[in-house]
Design a binder for this molecule. Structure first.
Ligand code: MG
Ligand code: MG
Length: 254
């Protein structure tokens, strides 16, 4: 069941969202050749801890509980990569996804960062991925139902010659990180059955994942990391977005 948030609750979600945005600002400052994904994760963990916020990803149940505060996925890794001692090199494409709960309310955001300068394919993939997220947010203010937004997202990616990941989708968010509804970045028969209205009080984590090659992905032996089957790069962009009387508002921005 979809729970709509009151303006006062959205105000609290704005605080959580701002902290997640601050984490991303910190990540952007840190990312350069030689840094490890573990160092990035430790910096975000400290930032949340100093603010009295609870990280949302650490301990998420699975075959092994997720061990870190950020999912950090590199190049052909799509989502759910585990931070560690790997040093990042010039030309890597690093996706950082993180979230926290502050005063009982959640924020969730992901961004794709270049390490030094990335090649032309990765640059174009990043451009299309970011455009795709911003297009979705803009369309939320113009369309009545999510399926119309998802159709626009899907068309935008297809016209660029890239693929939309279908195995992972966005979600409602509030007191919990994952709430109803599911928010796919494409139109499926499932979405047609579970379509929803874009009305004030709805808060969504919108998170397109775009692959340079095919949409197919697989999960690695660590039980978490998702990578493209064809080993071509992938990007991920996510904001927590509130529908308000004044239109869509990005909560995970500074
Ligand atoms: Mg996320
Ligand atoms: Mg999310």
């Amino acid at each position: 069941m979809i729970s709509l948030k009151r303006p006062k609750e959205i105000e609290l979600m704005r605080e959580a969202g701002r902290l997640v945005a601050e984490a991303h600002r910190r990540v952007r400052e840190m990312i350069e050749p030689g840094i490890t994904t573990g160092e990035i994760d430790a910096a975000v963990e400290k930032l949340f801890d100093d603010a009295g916020a609870t990280p949302l990803f650490k301990g998420v149940p699975g075959k092994v509980p997720f061990p870190a505060v950020c999912c950090i996925s590199v190049n052909e890794e799509v989502v759910h990569g585990i931070p560690g001692p790997r040093r990042r090199e010039h030309g890597d494409l690093v996706k950082v996804d993180t979230g926290c709960r502050l005063n009982g309310w959640c924020g969730d955001s992901a961004w794709s960062y270049p390490v030094g300068e990335v090649d032309a394919l990765k640059q174009r993939l990043m451009k299309i991925g970011e455009e795709n997220l911003l297009l979705a947010i803009r369309e939320c203010g113009r369309k009545q139902r999510w399926s119309e937004v998802a159709a626009a997202m899907e068309t935008h990616v297809r016209e660029a010659g890239f693929s939309v990941v279908e195995q992972f989708v966005g979600h409602g968010i509030g007191r919990e990180m994952h709430e109803d509804p599911q928010v796919p970045n494409f139109v499926s028969s499932q979405l047609k059955r579970h379509d929803f209205r874009l009305e004030p009080g709805l808060v969504l984590a919108i998170e397109p994942m775009v692959n340079a090659g095919t949409k197919n992905v697989r999960i690695l032996k660590d039980h978490w990391t998702v990578e493209t089957k064809d080993k071509k790069p992938s990007v991920h962009f996510e904001h927590t977005v509130a529908m308000t009387e004044a239109g869509p508002e990005i909560l995970t921005a500074l």
